[in-house]
Design a protein around this ligand. Sequence first.
Ligand code: GSH
Length: 208
Amino acid sequence: MITLYHYLHCPFCIRIRLVLGFLDVPYKSVVLDYDDELTPVNLCGAKMLPIIQKEDGTCMNESMDIIDYIDKESILSSSEECHNFLTNISKELFALSMPYMIYSPEFNESSRDYFRKKKESGSRGPFTNLVKDFENLNKEFSKKMNKFEQELKPFYQSEKIGLDDLLIASHLWGMYLVPEFQFSNKIHEYLQKIKSETNFDYMGECWK
Ligand SMILES: N[C@@H](CCC(=O)N[C@@H](CS)C(=O)NCC(=O)O)C(=O)O
C-alpha cells in the first residue's frame, strides 16, 4: 500500500486524496505538521508536500507526477484550460483563504506561526491586510467564479467528471473556510458531487 504524506489544507495534497478516492486506491495517510521540516526533507530532499512512499519504499513528490503514478491505467487527463484557470484564480483564492486555513483544526500554535511567518514574508504581505481587503478580493474572485460557472455542464466543460474537476475542487475547497464567502448554488452542488464521487472528507482526520 502507498503512504501519502500530506497537509489537510493544501490544494496540491487534496488533489491526491481526491484522485485516490476517485480511483478507489487504498492508502495510508500521514498528516504532517506544517513546521515539520525534517520528515519531508528526509523522504524526498525538499520541504514540500504531497509526498508518496511507494510499495517499494521509494518516495516521490510533485502532485501531477504522483497522479500519473497512481493512475496506472492512464484513465485521467487534465486540460491546459483547467491549469490556466487555476493559475488565474490563485492570487485571490489564496489571499482570501490562507488567513483562515491556519485556524482549521489541522494547525497548532507552532505550525500556525510557521505558516503565517512564511507566507507573510512573501508577496502577499500581512494576513491582517488580506482580511481587511475582503471586499475587493471577493469582488474580483466572484467575477472569476461567475465566468467559471458557465463552464459547468455540469462538470468542467464536460458531462462527465474528470481530473480537471478534481484539480479544481482541490483548489476551491479552502473557500469553505472563509466567513461571508458563499459559492453559488451551482458551484456548491458541483463541489458536493465531487465530494461524493471521491469520498472526500476535508478535515475529517482531525476528528478521528
Ligand atoms: N508543485 C508542487 C507544489 C506543492 C506545494 O506547493 N506544496 C506546499 C503546500 S501547499 C508546500 O509543501 N509548502 C511547504 C512550505 O512552503 O513550507 C506540487 O504540485 O506538488
